[in-house]
Design a binder for this molecule. Sequence first.
Ligand code: SAM
Length: 321
Amino acid sequence: MIDPFGRAITYLRVSVTDRCDFRCVYCMAEDMVFLPKSDLLTLEELDQLCAVFIRRGVTKLRLTGGEPLVRRDVMWLINRLGARLGHGLEELTLTTNGSQLAKHAENLAQAGIRRINVSLDTLDAEKFTAITRWGKLAPVLEGLQAAKAAGLAIKINTVALKGVNEDEFDALIAWCGAQGFDLCLIETMPMGEIGPSRAANYLPLSLVRARLEESWTLTPSTHTTGGPARYLQIAETGQRLGLITPLTHNFCETCNRVRLTCTGTLYMCLGQNDAADLRTPLRTGANLDAAITQAIARKPAGHDFDIRRPAVRRHMSLTGG
Ligand code: SAM
């Protein structure tokens, strides 16, 4: 699958549910209305669609959400996809908030998952509950230890928020260093209405990097995971620091991704509205391959975020970051 800008699409992100057990303030509104369950693809249908994408050249799959581990029987899908490793699929990964990780870590490793991203914006229990609106830090920390014990490589994803967690980045770097985790900082993106404007908490990572360089020796690294992060090696800890900068540095020219939602809608860009319905061709037996080809032919050059207003109506929880 080659898009109009010559980019090969080899990475599919699959949001297996739009539901989440947290309500992170920068991600969702407090009174989110979720998709009716009747609109969802079954796990069998999600597996079928993934198989088509793998046949079409996708080598990396990331499961996300919502919170992927709250979807009932999600391990069935993970095991099915894991069985596709080595048969076209080269990597299966997961992005999770960690709340259910203690229960699932061992099974994830057994299914063939080697590394996961865990979202964690603070190490302060009270602040954690304030950011997630009702999440608890302790089960996430337990989940991280279980994942580590299961042999999973872990990257912590932290959304950088002005006035909320900007005083914690040094502590997070040190903690990740001690735990053997990589850390990735993310600029907050204007997706979906959340009530207050995101501009108040927006923190450009160019500024964060300059501040961190006063305390840490950061050397640009050639490391890549096939995602949008640019990596720096941290000399003092031996771990890496990733920066995802959709606002201060657009990375669309190397975009290799498309995003499938739990209703079978394919978004060709995180920051644009255009989408293709794959559920209808999947269910009617119409030409699914043609629908995918047409969608890839419409992949836009890139996103165009302005922190003052949502670029798209949907929240990140629909497409999963
Ligand atoms: N529930 C899983 C999790 O917490 O990782 C997967 C889905 S969550 C939407 C994926 C990532 O997107 C998380 O790291 C979250 O912090 C991030 N995220 C959500 N809304 C965002 C926004 N508006 N800007 C930047 N990152 C956002």
